[in-house]
Design a binder for this molecule. Sequence first.
Ligand SMILES: NC(=O)c1ccc[n+]([C@@H]2O[C@H](COP(=O)([O-])OP(=O)(O)OC[C@H]3O[C@@H](n4cnc5c(N)ncnc54)[C@H](OP(=O)(O)O)[C@@H]3O)[C@@H](O)[C@H]2O)c1
Length: 268
Amino acid sequence: MKVLVIGAGNMGLAYAKALVKSEFLSNHNLMISDTSPEKTEELKKISRFDVYTNLSDCLPKADIIFIAVKPYHAEELFSELKPMMSPDQIVISIMAGVTIQSMKDGLGITKVVRAMPNLPAQVGKGLTSFTASDEVSRLELSTVENLLDTTGRSVRLDTENDVDASTGISGSGPAYVFYFMQSMMEAAQKMGFSDHDSKVLVGQTFEGAVELFNKSDLSPKEWMKRVASKGGTTRAALDSMEDNNINSLIEEAAHAAFNRAVELGKES
Ligand SMILES: NC(=O)c1ccc[n+]([C@@H]2O[C@H](COP(=O)([O-])OP(=O)(O)OC[C@H]3O[C@@H](n4cnc5c(N)ncnc54)[C@H](OP(=O)(O)O)[C@@H]3O)[C@@H](O)[C@H]2O)c1
């Protein structure tokens, strides 16, 4: 099996690096392509996989093609790829909002997967949600799943609407966590802590809480009960959050991302 990654940006490189590190693919079975000659020259010096600037040199050799360019490059890329595609090739797109139908139409093939990764894919802790066209067989789906799992974990969903919904949770979610971290760091700085100490206080608190959550069956609500005692400091903070309806504001934010994903899909 040969895999081609189109787009050597943040996400394309995250996948390429994870794929070669995995047991599923050897170095010589991974190709990566980017339009920027500076980027490809640099990559040729530092990477162990085959690097291309010209798609006609690598696309025909690929069984599975990851598309990791920005959505606004999709149309131009599709017209370049279409005459070279063959019906057996499987395309996995991670472009936000680019629908399965627009890929089928734009590329003239039927085996397409629409995936939504998130930023922690860059450190092997990503979550990729995905759904596939009916033409992708069960066996092919399990290969796709294995490839996506190399950057963390993947979840197969039934519909594209589910992928849009997951965009509001896991796709955009890391930014919500960073928002919360930023607010806590600003609070710490206002209390007089240095930038360095604020970062340590907040970073370690998040890491510890996430590890507790992942290593147990308790829900966040149950964990909150364990930290907060009646009349104590944590209860004071949680009461303040509840009085300010932080819960419904977060829910609203996630829905805003979901709605935007649906809108982007319609535009595509
Ligand atoms: N970053 C995230 O957290 C995240 C999460 C979920 C989904 N995504 C999706 O992942 C995709 C990639 O995002 P990114 O942050 O990795 O973008 P990026 O860093 O801009 O990388 C895209 C790369 O593709 C290159 N490119 C553009 N057109 C090309 C073509 N025709 N052939 C080959 N290479 C081409 C770009 O070159 P130039 O710079 O020269 O244009 C750039 O190097 C996006 O569609 C985004 O929606 C990203």
